[in-house]
Design a protein around this ligand. Sequence first.
Ligand code: 9D3
Length: 221
Amino acid sequence: MKIDVLTLFPAMFAGPLDESIVMRARRAGLLDLKIHNLRDYTYDRHKTVDDRPFGGGPGMLLKPEPLFAAVEKLAGKDTRVILLSPAGRSFNQAIARKLARVPEVLLVSGHYEGFDERVREELAHDELSIGDYVLTNGALPAMVIVDAVTRLLPGALGDDESAQEESFSHGLLEYPQYTRPAEFRGKKVPEVLLSGNHAEIAKWRAEQARSRTRERRPDLM
Ligand code: 9D3
């Protein structure tokens, strides 16, 4: 899979995507990730990326010309172009699974200035938010989406990680887990987990997952 990211803050991307499962996927050739600076697509002496909204009002808007130049350069005819903004539909695991099946994606990061509406109309196939809170720009959302999608690429997870993934894909929260020691600072591991009775353990875990989900995330049930 090829993912290109267009951003005004390319330096933010150094680090999070250079570690762990994402870096392993990149090294294995499963993910071809490239970060591009929107400012490289400006055409004036001052490298202007934004301007004031027609009709007045607070804030600035990203100008269409650099965005059009960048997207036309970076996106092929089969590239899925996705704007990142607080006004997008909410990213979730179902969207991550769909994106993991798209060969070429271009993530266009906004920031505290919206997009000129013509960018939405002419360039974007979709617009995503990562949740209902206000960030300073779309760089972290872009990294979140790259991370969530990359671990779903075939071969990205090791055998152990894949097996875990399967056993937790029941749509509930995880049951409580413990490792050694069996008693720590006076707190004992639930007896059933030490019993060796696998049917009882499975029953206990299922009940814990259910009650925990009912308590914390009834929306999932
Ligand atoms: C005046 C309206 N503001 C929206 C609440 C403007 C605005 C604030 C912050 C526009 C952009 C931003 C920067 N955030 C993103 O670009 C962004 C984002 C987010 O803030 N939260 C969750 N998901 C995303 S995806 C992109």
